[in-house]
Design a protein around this ligand. Structure first.
Ligand code: NDP
Ligand code: OXD
Length: 313
């Protein structure tokens, strides 16, 4: 099998090494501009349009991440970029779900136990006991109940807070109250104290974290965005913090990454910033998952994680 690889950073060599070890029979090469030689599979992260456009040979494109928004943007901007006969396959968990659960539960518990406020008090040299938030009404709402969202919702529920989940289609998850579709969006939001975003970025979900959504939450709510920066209307977040509708936010993803110097988020003490690290793509797990799927496709078997291009995830 012939495999074409592209990753726009210095880690490419280590990935190629691990793929060669996992698939010793494969003919593996790193894509260079102008390379149009045949290949069966492509393994990519944020590929340039030229790598894929016009190819009729590829059977599958493996995306080195869970979110396929960057690659689908190429198709949306110029229809026909993605080879019509190639399946687009994304990573499914591959070690990201436990990381996401750690990140989100840490942020939720930090707000529940008011550690963010104790940090401020410490800086001011003040010894002051704050009334605890009641756990029974500290409702956590998780947008997106997919591979990551469902895992995160259950991890949070284990701490005893009421947890709700929202998805496109009805999706029962143990210990979680679930809501589905646009008709149930407001019912999902009403009274939520911590809103966690784990939706994919699609035309339907862009800007979902905006003034209207914030207005339905309990006053003094918290926002945790670990999905994509394009979900958040940045000015609406700053307004909601200024008005007290939101008390604080933890953001791992941004419209522009790295977050530019001078961006107002850097100076807002109620916003906690991390540099897109809530769930890192783990090389060993990802290579093993992709290699297994390639071998399954070679045997003519179906695999999971195939993206519905129309739906956008
Ligand atoms: P999945 O595709 O498994 O799950 C997506 C979920 O979102 C599904 O429950 C789906 O509903 C729901 N959904 C999609 N569109 C809508 C809509 N319009 N309305 C309501 N619900 C909708 O994705 P993952 O859980 O694997 O990943 C989620 C996202 O997390 C990724 O797309 C990526 O952007 C982000 N991510 C961020 C990382 C980071 O480090 N910050 C790392 C990894 C991922 P249904 O169940 O009905 O299909
Ligand atoms: C992903 C990501 O989508 O790392 O996997 O953001």
């Amino acid at each position: 099998m012939k495999i074409l690889f592209y990753m726009p950073n210095a880690e490419a060599a280590a990935w190629l090494h691990d793929f060669a070890r996992a698939l010793p029979e494969a003919d593996l090469r790193e894509w260079q501009p102008g390379d149009t030689a045949p290949a069966d599979f492509a393994v990519v992260w944020r590929p340039p349009r030229d790598m894929l456009a016009g190819r009729t040979d590829l059977r599958a494109i493996f995306n080195l991440g869970a979110g396929v928004d960057a690659i689908l943007a190429l198709e949306r901007e110029q229809p026909g970029t993605l080879p019509a006969n190639a399946q687009l396959i994304r990573l499914e968990d591959s070690g990201m779900a436990p990381q996401m659960a750690e990140y989100v539960t840490h942020a939720v518990l930090r707000y529940l136990r008011r550690f963010d406020e104790y940090q401020t008090l410490q800086r001011e040299g003040r010894w002051q006991v704050l009334d605890p938030h009641p756990r029974e009404t500290f409702t956590v709402g998780v947008l997106g109940l997919g591979v990551l969202g469902a895992h995160v919702a259950q991890a949070v529920a284990a701490f005893g807070m009421p947890v709700r989940g929202y998805s496109r289609s009805a999706r029962p998850v143990e210990c979680i109250t679930t809501f589905a579709g646009a008709a149930q969006f407001d019912a999902f939001l009403d009274g939520v104290k911590v809103l966690v975003n784990l939706l994919p970025h699609t035309p339907d979900t862009a800007d979902v974290l905006g003034a209207r959504t914030f207005s339905r939450l309990e006053r003094g709510a918290y926002l945790i965005n670990v999905a994509r920066g394009a979900h958040l209307v940045e000015a609406d977040l700053l307004d909601a913090l200024a008005s007290g509708q939101l008390a604080a936010a933890t953001l791992d993803v941004f419209r522009e990454e790295p977050l530019p110097a001078g961006h107002p988020f850097w100076q807002e003490p109620r916003i906690t910033i991390t540099p897109h690290i809530s769930a890192l793509t783990l090389r060993e797990e990802s290579v093993a998952q992709i290699a297994e799927k390639m071998l399954a496709l070679e045997r003519g078997e179906a695999v999971g994680g195939v993206v519905d291009i129309e739906r956008g995830y």
